[in-house]
Design a protein around this ligand. Structure first.
Ligand SMILES: Nc1ncnc2c1ncn2[C@@H]1O[C@H](COP(=O)(O)OP(=O)(O)O)[C@@H](O)[C@H]1O
Ligand SMILES: N[C@@H](CCC(=O)OP(=O)(O)O)C(=O)O
Length: 379
């Protein structure tokens, strides 16, 4: 990001074999005026060109709610959940029809895949989604993924498709996540408000300075650059590069694959983490928080140890055995996430105690650790 800082270059994009392309609402709906069919046709042509080069593509497409509103003749986006759900159901049809028609021109088959947060947080359903998506791409089909907006409510939704795109990139172990939006990339300030903002061409996905410059989205988009930067960090966990670029640049996808310097390239700077740990890290919903003492923080970070009750100072939230909790240090900094072996009531009684006392305290012992290291991911 800063001048003189080395980050891997564009050549990294040249050899990619599997890519997730995410197209956002702002672009797809031509700033809210129905689905932009001509532009969609253009992106489909580019995806077909990648396919011909042997690159597998999964498309994550927004636009269901906006398309549904137009079909229903609604002028303003409703705020009631049931109306949004209805619009998404109507609009998703239009979206599918549109993609199917355009991919059909290239003799490419599409598949509609609607996912919810629940599908990816339940381990069994996550594995099912993974094998279905992998099978589809291996069959040469282009899966078109969206959130299943008709069955989700505010508390349980991804909301923005950037996060969904990153989790899909993790799921299929894509080489890259390409986020197409209505700006040339990530700027050092929101260009809608600052005419002097300049484009960040390369950076590291987990550079904390990126979050500081990323702002919210426009009227149509949901997450703005904030969720795109977060998505890059998530995608990096499986080793994927992220590019944020303008979908309005002619031939943007093919030019990126040719190594052209377009948009913002965010590269992972750590080795990919194992699939199960990635699944753990990708969980958005945590039920409680454990505050760790300095010794526990150190062994989690340095030795990859399990978390024992003795290292926990305080507990907040409500959780049962097997649910996800966040571990923080005494200053509240995020340290790790994991699945607990004890519910909150038992855990409250165990904290600060050595593991050999668990049986005496509870009358039984489920496990000597509060979170086993296999179920724990350091953040
Ligand atoms: N630092 C930044 N650089 C570029 N765009 C930014 C920045 N901060 C906020 N934005 C805004 O993010 C918007 C894109 O996000 P969003 O509206 O969610 O679109 P999408 O539907 O493509 O996800 C841009 O229109 C821009 O105004
Ligand atoms: N799933 C929603 C889109 C969510 C959304 O707008 O996301 P984004 O394009 O990332 O701002 C829909 O299809 O209407």
């Amino acid at each position: 990001m800063a001048k003189g800082e080395e980050v891997p270059g564009r050549d990294a994009l040249k050899g990619m074999r599997r890519v997730v392309v995410k197209i956002g609402s702002a672009l797809l709906t031509n700033d809210g005026r129905a689905l932009d069919e001509a532009a969609i046709g253009g992106w489909v042509d580019q995806i077909a060109a990648l396919h011909r080069r042997g690159i597998e593509v999964v498309l994550v497409s927004s636009g269901a709610v906006a398309a549904g509103m137009v079909r229903l003749g609604w002028q303003t986006r409703p705020s009631e959940v049931h109306a949004l759900q209805a619009a998404a159901a109507v609009g998703q049809n239009g979206l599918t029809e549109c993609y199917e028609g355009h991919f059909g021109r290239h003799q490419l088959t599409t598949a509609q895949v609607l996912l919810t947060h629940d599908d990816l947080s339940n381990r069994k359903r996550y594995l099912n989604a993974r094998s279905a998506l992998r099978t589809l791409v291996e069959l040469g089909v282009v899966p078109v993924v969206n959130e299943n907006d008709t069955v989700v409510t505010d508390e349980i939704r991804f909301g923005d498709n950037d996060t969904l795109g990153a989790l899909v990139a993790n799921l299929i172990e894509a080489d890259a996540l390409v986020i197409l939006t209505d700006q040339e990339g990530l700027f050092d300030a929101d260009p809608r408000h600052d005419p002097n903002a300049s484009l960040i061409t390369e950076g590291r996905a987990d550079d904390p300075r990126l979050a500081a410059v990323a702002g919210d989205g426009g009227a149509l988009g949901r997450g703005g650059m904030t969720t795109k930067v977060r998505a890059a960090r998530l995608a990096a966990r499986s080793g994927a590069l992220t590019v944020i670029a303008s979908g309005r640049q002619p031939e943007v996808l093919t030019r990126l694959v040719d190594g052209e310097r377009l948009g913002t390239l965010l590269t992972p700077d750590q080795a990919p983490i194992a699939a199960r740990k990635r699944w753990l890290a990708g969980q958005l919903q945590v039920r409680g928080t454990l505050t760790l003492d300095a010794g526990a923080v150190k062994v989690l970070r340095d030795s990859g140890s399990s978390l024992l009750p003795v290292g926990v100072k305080a507990i907040a939230g409500r959780f049962v055995r097997g649910e996800m909790v966040l571990c923080v240090d005494e200053e509240g900094r995020r340290i790790a996430k994991g699945l607990v072996n004890y519910g909150v009531d038992e855990a409250q009684r165990l904290i600060g105690q050595p593991s050999h006392r668990i049986e005496a305290i509870l009358g039984y012992m489920e496990a000597p650790e509060l979170i086993h290291r296999d179920n724990l991911v350091v953040l």
